[in-house]
Design a protein around this ligand. Structure first.
Ligand code: GDP
Ligand code: IMO
Ligand code: MG
Length: 424
């Protein structure tokens, strides 16, 4: 099997955690390449539910090596909490978790600025984990990396410079309290001591592994429409969640990546603000939210839900070079009499079949729908494609035809066993 990227093809929460857990069996390394603890990836094993925010979902499989790549932003407090949660639940972490020394570190002022910016400007609806401000420092070349955290002298110098700037912004722009150097320095030196055993040059580790023909799974976080370049800007996250991010976020060249798998929810959801052309009206929203348990795995916020939108998924297939699709949460549509599929958008008399970049078009467009009959049967116990109700197969076939990309796997529940291949 080739090294693969598995990523979300919509606005996140497509069920990547579940799908990655299944594919982990076939690989040696699972690697996060972007984002931070804004992610919430759920894996259900028998009656146990795990929600992973920063640590790759592969950690639940014994003997797999999990890597937090250079493209990730790491909140050390959140990381240590996650490690201790896993250890308490019997998962061995030490010796299996590697953290890039080039990853950037989230500080409390990043979180505070994230919160304050949300109050002051037109809201994005962020997770308030400090992701945007931390990436902003990275690009502004003032960020503090894991390697800096481990070096007392460098940390002192960089934290001093950062606090000078951040405390002035907190005070002058927001009238908010600043941070004490001594407190932050001591807190973060403490974290450095605790995490240093996991830190290494993960780029070298991964490239050596590839030379030894070990297999790597790159775990996307967020979703394509939340990508800072290819998503619904500015209502996006601050990293490249698309397939290209797997390369820049790990230091593994694109020639070593053989396949990209897109995880696609059978309908659409998004959390936070921003355009959502196929968003349901109230009744259907509540029905599907309840049935699909559509509440954020990180913030608990209710997710906005909508009809399947082939315009955005086609855009995802293009910008990621998606080879194959996994459709999740088909079971959530079990009770519907009929199901709408969006095939295009209309705006001011013009029809758009390609995803429009102009935010005014996206915010004001009318979706063009076709409607297919529902199946009104419980699919959660179905174990093969052939046993799916005829109309469920027709729904999948129609999606596959619109997307012109092969569906390889279908998920009808959160458990591992509620998954089957399209070909079987
Ligand atoms: P991720 O961020 O893409 O990993 O997705 P989340 O974990 O945030 O959200 C997906 C939710 O749907 C989780 O609660 C999963 O347990 C659940 N889930 C995954 N696949 C299915 C499915 O096929 N059917 C149902 N009903 N739930 C699913
Ligand atoms: P997973 O990996 C869904 C959304 C936030 C907000 C926007 C920016 O579980 O699919 P941020 O805190 O990143 O600056 O917020 O991005 N967002 C997600 N939505 N799933 C996620 O991750 C998300 N991570 C961020 O709700 O709209
Ligand atoms: Mg999630």
């Amino acid at each position: 099997m080739a090294n693969i990227v598995i990523l979300g093809a919509q606005w996140g929460d497509e069920g990547k955690g579940k799908v990655i857990d299944i594919f982990t069996q076939k690989v040696d390394y699972v690697v996060r390449y972007q984002g931070g603890n804004n992610a919430g990836h759920t894996v259900v094993i028998d009656d146990d539910e795990f929600i992973l925010h920063l640590i790759p979902s592969g950690i639940l499989h014994k003997r797999k090596i999990c890597v937090i790549g250079n493209g990730v932003v790491v909140d050390p407090r959140a990381l240590l909490d996650e490690i201790s949660m896993l250890k308490k639940r019997g998962i061995k972490v030490d010796g299996r978790l590697l953290i890039s020394e080039s990853a950037h570190v989230i500080f409390p002022y990043h979180k505070r600025l994230d919160e304050l910016k949300e109050q002051k400007r037109k809201k994005i609806g962020t997770t308030k984990k400090g992701i945007g401000p931390c990436y902003a420092d990275k690009v502004a070349r003032s960020g503090i990396r894991v390697a800096d955290l481990l070096d007392e002298a460098v940390l002192k110098e960089k934290l001093t410079a950062n606090l000078d700037e951040k405390n002035a912004i907190l005070d002058k722009t927001y009238g908010a309290q600043g941070y004490s150097f001594d407190e932050l320095y001591n807190e973060y030196r403490g974290y450095a001591e605790e995490i240093k055993k996991y830190v290494c040059n993960t780029t070298v580790v991964l490239n050596d592994a590839i030379k030894k023909r070990k297999k790597i799974l790159f775990e996307g976080a967020q979703g394509t429409l939340l990508d800072v370049d290819h998503g619904t800007y500015p209502f996006v996250t601050s990293s490249n969640s698309t397939a290209g991010g797997a390369s820049t976020g790990t230091g593994v060249g694109p020639t070593a990546i053989g396949k990209v798998i897109g995880v696609v929810k059978a309908y659409t959801t998004r959390v936070g603000e921003g355009p959502f052309p196929t968003e349901f009206t109230k009744d259907l929203m509540e029905r599907i939210r309840r049935k699909g348990k559509e509440f954020g795995a990180t913030t608990g916020r209710p997710r906005r839900c909508g009809h399947f939108d082939s315009v955005i998924v086609k855009h995802s297939i293009m910008v990621n070079g998606i080879d194959e699709i996994v459709v999740t949460k088909l079971d959530v549509l079990d009770d519907l009499d009929s199901i709408k599929i969006c095939t295009a958008y209309k705006f001011e008399g013009k029809t758009y079949t390609d995803f429009p970049t102009n935010s005014r078009v996206l915010a004001g467009c009318e979706p063009v729908y076709e409607e297919v009959p529902g199946w009104k049967e419980d699919t959660t116990k179905v174990t093969s494609y052939l046993k799916l109700p005829k109309n469920a197969k027709n729904y999948l076939k129609r999606i596959q035809n619109l997307l012109k990309t092969r569906i390889v796997l279908i998920s009808v529940g959160c458990e591992r066993k509620q998954t089957f291949s399209k070909d079987a």
